[in-house]
Design a protein around this ligand. Structure first.
Ligand code: PEP
Length: 264
């Protein structure tokens, strides 16, 4: 992925955080068969003239055909998970090299559904992120608190702990993206309030700058959790929000493109 260089857009930098090229990434999860490449084509066809980096992460079975479908457009294709090692006896798993070979340029790691469905720990997520970065992919590292943790006032502590324990050793703006996804907002229709998103993203930015200095100011921070066409503009205009990770709304080209346009 290209460097998220600063640019002059509608959303200003300064106290609202550094101005970085937004990334809008769609996570198709376990949805999609060959017929859905038509949706991908519609998304790719709607991107000309838009400034955001735009990515779809289809199921692994569609990565190769999605790359072919997106050829000649600016649409990036990513993956939803990877194994931390390059090859071996790991039935059903997919390595970074395999994803790269299929044409993916990025991979989501540590999505809350992987953490809960597959018991992935921060250490496992860090290993996957490290494999992604050293293998030449961008790691989109997900962090986020549960409803219970937020109710107990632990949201910031949990999220910063996840951040520090899940990021790879080698952090750079082209290779690492952080997605804040409150677990209770994913697929529920609930979103964090813009104030809560602003507070969490400010904490994430401060932690990144404390740990990585100027590099930390350039790491894109995505918000994820029921981003839809009708709430995207407000969420994307929130300080230190440099894009979105979108689940359900990325399955419909018109909805996803509306979210992409909201980043303009
Ligand atoms: C996600 O899966 O990362 C996500 C944010 O899903 P949704 O947009 O459907 O809440």
């Amino acid at each position: 992925m290209s460097a998220p260089t600063t640019h002059s857009g509608a959303h200003s930098g300064t106290e609202s955080g550094p101005e970085l090229t937004p990334l809008i990434a769609g996570n198709w999860k376990m949805h999609g068969v060959k017929a859905d490449l038509a949706t991908l084509a519609d998304i790719a066809g709607g991107l000309s003239g838009l400034r955001a980096d735009v990515m779809i992460c289809p199921p692994a079975t569609l990565i190769g055909s999605s790359v072919a479908q997106a050829h000649g457009t600016s649409l990036l294709i990513g993956a939803q998970d990877c194994h931390p090692t390059e090859n071996g006896a790991h039935t059903g798993d997919i390595s970074v090299g395999m994803l790269k070979d299929a044409g993916a340029t990025a991979v989501i790691v540590g999505h809350s559904e992987r953490r809960s469905d597959h018991g992935e720990t921060d250490a496992a997520v860090k290993a996957k992120a490290g494999a992604a970065v050293s293998g030449g992919l961008t790691a989109i590292v997900c962090v986020g608190e549960t409803a219970g943790q937020r109710q107990l006032g632990l949201a910031e502590r949990v999220v910063l702990r996840q951040l520090r324990a899940s990021l790879p050793d080698d952090v750079s703006p082209t290779r690492v993206v952080v997605a804040y996804e409150p677990v209770w907002a994913i697929g529920t229709g609930l979103t964090a309030t813009p104030d809560d998103v602003a507070a969490m993203h400010a904490s994430l930015r401060s932690a990144l700058m404390a740990d990585y200095g100027a590099t930390g100011a350039q790491i894109r921070l995505l918000y994820g959790g029921s981003v839809k066409p009708d709430n995207a503009a407000e969420l994307l205009a929130t300080p230190n929000v440099n894009g979105a990770l979108v689940g359900g709304a990325s399955l419909k080209a018109a909805d996803f493109l509306a979210i992409v346009r909201a980043a303009e």
